[in-house]
Design a protein around this ligand. Structure first.
Ligand code: FAD
Length: 377
């Protein structure tokens, strides 16, 4: 178990990634099963508490530490990385707005958390939920059709968005335990990539929560989404993409170095064409990683360009990861088409970043508006 005083969480992370997570990854992808053993290993080592404060039993590693963890996990298993990223994204909200007992349980990993934002009606426009909240005495009744919730049937805490209860504004956030009557997970999830994510639709029908389940103030949901969730989610999503690129690059380099044509005796890496593609993969991966590192630095230093960087890093990594994994498929030839190399799995996982909201198209729209001096909304 790593603690906040452990000099480095890196050795525990490396141990888990190179054993449990690596060994489980192909099976998780094949079966579409939730990566339960991998998440349990991260929990046992205390790593699910990376973003939680030391005061609540977390590691207090901040964004830089959480980024490092998601990035390394993604080299081995995209599903485990995304489940972890969604937990940390939810923890960012809990750390500011939830009571101490919940924060402690999220820090220890006893309670896995996730975001329940996207809805069937408003789709990727998560900032404008159609789901409702209605007062009923001291309680509040929530109704919504959530279209995707990662860890839907495994997380015990949802950060749930709705229209405001009784005020102006776009949304209000709620802490909704998955066990609340009226929550129905419409699984199982059968995705192209991130197949172990358990990213199922969830219907909430007359879900009754106490009024103090509200996170922040009524109508403050939009501000929390943009100010608290967005930086963490964007950065960790980009970290996942950079990890997938690094994993693809590593596997491709290993394959081209050890695979030979018997007629010439040369390895694939002896071909200038192959080396050229590998070099492009390296450059693109390093570009995305450098932007990611700079974005974390911008957030931590509260730099004036923080929001631009936050928007850019996910779009850049989300586009680049497809280019890098496409090149990995190319340099490894027919061998990559089979499952043994693990490259086609990362290639499929890579497709999700661009459609996870805010989608890459929406981010480009935001960035274009921002740099042209126009309001984002
Ligand atoms: C693996 C995975 C896990 C997920 N996990 C979660 C989760 O845990 N919690 C959660 O809340 N959501 C989650 N989502 C949902 C995700 O955040 C998006 O809401 C969802 O993928 C959007 O898909 P859609 O078909 O509804 O997109 P649509 O909104 O139908 O978009 C379709 C296309 O139109 C484009 N488009 C839409 N609006 C605009 C616009 N205004 N300007 C320009 N282009 C636009 C999009 O870029 C996209 O190309 C997950 C999604 C995936 C794939």
């Amino acid at each position: 178990m790593v603690t906040s005083t452990t000099p480095s969480f890196e050795s525990a992370l490396e141990e888990i990634c190179s054993t449990t997570i690596m060994e489980a990854a192909a099976g998780v992808d094949r079966s579409g099963a939730f990566p339960a053993r991998s998440i349990e290993a991260l929990k046992s080592a205390g790593l699910l508490g990376a973003l939680s404060s030391a005061e609540q039993g977390g590691l207090g590693l901040g964004l830089a530490g959480a980024t490092r963890i998601v990035r390394r996990i993604a080299e081995e298993c995209g599903s485990t990385a995304m489940v972890t990223a969604m937990h940390y994204s939810a923890v960012a909200v809990l750390e500011t707005y939830a009571p101490a007992d919940i924060r402690r349980e999220a820090a220890s990993g006893t309670r896995l958390a996730t975001l329940a934002f996207s809805e069937a009606g408003t789709r990727s426009h998560f900032w404008a939920p159609a789901g409702t909240a209605q007062a009923n005495g001291d309680a509040v009744v929530l109704n919504a059709h959530k279209s995707w919730i990662t860890s839907a049937s495994e997380a015990s805490l949802y950060i749930w968005s709705s229209k405001p209860l009784g005020t102006e504004g776009l949304s209000t956030l709620w802490l909704v335990p998955r066990s609340t009557p009226g929550i129905q997970v419409k699984g199982p999830f059968e995705g192209m990539g991130f197949r172990g994510n358990d990213s199922s639709p969830v219907v909430g029908e007359n879900v009754t929560v106490p009024r103090n389940a509200m996170l922040g103030a009524d109508g403050q949901g939009f501000d929390i989404m943009m100010g608290t969730v967005l930086p963490v989610f964007q950065i960790l999503n980009a970290a996942c993409s950079v990890g997938l690129m690094t994993g693809g690059l590593r596997r491709a380099i290993a394959h081209v170095g050890q695979t030979r044509h018997s007629d010439t005796g040369a390895s694939l890496a002896d071909l200038p064409t192959i080396r050229n593609y590998v070099a492009r993969m390296q450059v693109k991966t390093d570009m995305a990683a450098a932007l990611l590192v700079d974005t974390v630095a911008a957030v931590e230093a509260k730099r004036p360009d923080t929001m631009l960087r936050v928007l850019e890093c996910k779009a850049a990594a989300g586009e680049t990861v497809n280019e890098v994994l496409d090149l990995a498929m190319r340099v490894c030839g027919g061998a990559a088409f089979r499952k043994d190399l693990g490259i086609e799995r990362l290639f499929r996982d890579a497709r999700a970043a661009g459609v996870m909201a805010p989608t890459t198209d929406v981010i480009y729209d935001f960035i274009g508006k921002a740099v042209c001096g126009q309001p984002l909304f």
